[in-house]
Design a protein around this ligand. Structure first.
Ligand SMILES: [Zn+2]
Ligand SMILES: [Zn+2]
Length: 428
């Protein structure tokens, strides 16, 4: 390699998912797919880039903050696009754009894909990261909330993650939240000087977020702050009560967490998070969600209740490793190994491989190896039940050697019968 050659690396905050990690990803994808099917969720894929305005509107951020915290760029045609920082906005945009409200409601959708945020990468946080999400659109019944929480709980418990807890709260609606917000502001008004700089800003712009500050000095104040659940309107109160009753019925353990909030106005009623064992050094919830009955209206659709949740893939995979969860290896385990010796046998083997593959029995092979010893060693390592050996003589005679790997017993079989013979033996 010339000395001047540049060695490229992944850009800051981006990461490779290497072959040895794929089994964890595949396991998670499979659990998500299976549970989605069992609970009647249909897959939706929205593009990774959307009109930047979609996110400035739904993230409740001014467009310059969206620009700072996301990958936002101008196309050559002059449009401003943003790589999606989360999945819900795109799904709801699709719901409105394609008139999905004509489908039977509630409409249950799920997604799995990469998201992008321009932030300082720290442990477990990436600029490209994966999320899966489930959305239920068009129904306000509290049974939806409870069942979606159960779905998320099941995803993590099916994966074998230990020590799961559900945190839950209700943050009210546009009827009862303004009253609560002013109570909260009253409480914080003569304490605001002692808060961290973020919270002083939150006090003005988004007082609910005062409750989820992680700063130690702010934590002291919040323990005395009024709770959202004590100031719900009757509808929100009854809704929350029902959600909890359904969770009790499912015997799903949960903790009421009065400090669990969402900062954005279109979030309503139920909010929840799923956490693993607190002994693990976990900085963020595995999954989180809530009801957003005012979201679709914010996007210009007709008022439609909805509930959704999303889970972080990298942090879940990481936890699966920390908890040493056993997962089956990705890919198929071949039961046959195809050994070839000499040019004609190699050519014939290529064709034979295709015949076996079409029959659903793709063999393992080492076509680039020449010696029979080297090939047998690989077959031993893989642990195939049968090896098929094709040499020059066998090709000329129209035969192939079948070797039972455990006993080492070999037999000569006519080539045209070999597929059926192998099938018969694998059945035993
Ligand atoms: Zn309310
Ligand atoms: Zn603070």
């Amino acid at each position: 390699m010339p000395k001047t050659a540049q060695i490229f690396q992944t850009p800051k905050g981006f990461h490779d998912i290497l072959p040895q990690d794929q089994k964890y990803w595949e396991r998670l994808r499979k659990v998500v797919r299976t549970l989605a099917a069992e609970y009647g969720f249909k897959r939706i894929d929205s593009p990774i880039a959307e009109d930047s305005g979609l996110f400035s509107k739904t993230l409740g951020l001014s467009s310059d903050i969206v620009e700072k915290q996301t990958f936002t760029f101008k196309t050559k045609g002059g449009d401003s696009l943003t790589l999606r920082p989360e999945g819900t906005a795109g799904v709801m945009r699709a719901y409105i754009e394609h008139g999905l409200s004509v489908m039977p409601q509630p409409l249950k959708l799920f997604y799995f894909g990469p998201m992008f945020r321009y932030e300082q990468p720290q442990s477990g946080r990436y600029r490209q990261f994966y999320q899966f999400g489930f959305e239920v659109i068009g129904e306000s019944d509290p049974v939806i909330d409870a069942q979606l929480i159960k779905v998320f709980y099941n995803i993590y418990s099916e994966l074998g993650i230990k020590g799961l807890t559900v945190q839950i709260n209700s943050i009210g609606c546009k009827v009862c939240r303004p009253g609560y917000r002013s109570l909260l502001k009253d409480y914080y008004r003569n304490r605001v000087k002692k808060l961290c700089s973020d919270c002083r800003r939150r006090f003005k712009e988004n007082p609910l977020r005062l409750l989820d500050c992680k700063d130690e000095k702010c934590q002291l104040f919040k323990s005395q702050a009024p709770h959202t659940v004590d100031h719900l309107c009757k509808e929100c109160h009854d809704h929350f009560k029902s959600v909890l009753e359904f969770l009790d019925e499912l015997e799903l353990p949960y903790n009421l967490n009065p400090f669990l909030v969402r900062g954005l106005d279109y979030y309503t009623k139920t909010v929840f998070e799923i956490w693993p064992d607190s002994a693990q050094t976990q900085v963020a919830a595995l999954g989180a969600g809530g009801r957003f009955d005012d979201f679709i209206e914010v996007l210009g659709g007709k008022s439609t209740p909805a509930m959704g949740a999303a889970g972080g893939v990298e942090r879940t995979v990481n936890l699966m490793k920390v908890q040493e969860i056993k997962v089956p290896s990705a890919g198929i385990r071949p039961k046959i190994f195809l050994i070839q010796l000499g040019d004609r046998a190699k050519k014939k083997s290529l064709v034979l491989f295709e015949e076996f593959r079409k029959a659903g029995l793709a063999p393992a092979e080492a076509f680039s190896k020449q010696s029979i010893k080297a090939q047998l060693r690989i077959a031993d390592k893989i642990g195939t039940q049968i090896s098929l050996i094709l040499g020059q003589k066998e090709v000329m005679d129209g035969n192939i050697i079948l070797r039972e790997m455990s006993s080492g017993v070999q037999e000569i079989i006519p080539l045209e019968k070999i597929l059926n013979e192998v099938k018969k033996r694998l059945k035993k």
